[in-house]
Design a protein around this ligand. Structure first.
Ligand SMILES: CC(C)(COP(=O)(O)OP(=O)(O)OC[C@H]1O[C@@H](n2cnc3c(N)ncnc32)[C@H](O)[C@@H]1OP(=O)(O)O)[C@@H](O)C(=O)NCCC(=O)NCCS
Length: 156
């Protein structure tokens, strides 16, 4: 598995990973409620994902194996992790741990002392295991149960 920056041509495959990850892995958050899923997936189109790739102030990284996209992550220049989604085909293989490490490296390189994110219910234990702590109550975005504000100090 390699970690590399996303390029525009990756948008369809990255979008498919985002959509499958939400639908198939995030049931603890959306509870298979169509209205929640519809809102969550509304901006997960190839065109919109393409607009996020190379967007100033944001770095999108992919975990890839051969031609397959296994994971999609992004971080802003201010150290906010805005995407971290793993393909259901590649769960529990260390893909997300590796991707988060690369996003944290990017944030550190840009001078940030902490990374911030809003965690799904699905990923909450995963982030706690990586050393993130909760900073407040969940925001319940789109009517989900998640949206836990979390952060972690970056070791220099
Ligand atoms: C949560 C998610 C990102 C984890 O990705 P992953 O690639 O399967 O995780 P990794 O294989 O890197 O796991 C790293 C460690 O976290 C643990 N872990 C992973 N998912 C976990 C979970 N849901 N609950 C508890 N522990 C978990 C693993 O067991 C592993 O522990 P270990 O190092 O002690 O063996 C993935 O399930 C996912 O994409 N979920 C849906 C999208 C999502 O919720 N993204 C977060 C948006 S904020």
């Amino acid at each position: 598995m390699d970690i590399r920056p996303a390029v525009i041509g990756d948008a369809p495959a990255a979008c498919e990973v985002l959509r499958r990850s939400i639908v198939e892995l995030c049931a603890p958050d959306h509870r298979n409620e169509p209205a929640i899923l519809e809102q969550w997936l509304a901006n997960k189109t190839p065109e919109i994902v393409a607009s996020w790739i190379g967007k100033p102030g944001t770095t999108m990284l992919l975990a890839v194996e051969d031609d397959a996209v296994l994971g999609v992550g992004s971080v802003t220049d201010a150290g906010e992790i805005t995407l971290n989604y793993v393909s259901p085909d590649a769960r529990l293989r260390g893909v997300s741990r590796t991707l988060i490490g690369a996003l944290e490296d990017r944030a550190r390189h840009l001078g940030n002392a902490r990374c911030h994110l809003s965690s799904t219910e699905t990923a909450r234990q995963f982030y706690l295991g990586l050393g993130y702590t909760e900073d407040g109550p969940p925001a319940c975005k789109f009517g989900t149960t998640g949206g836990y504000p979390m952060s972690k100090a970056l070791v220099t």
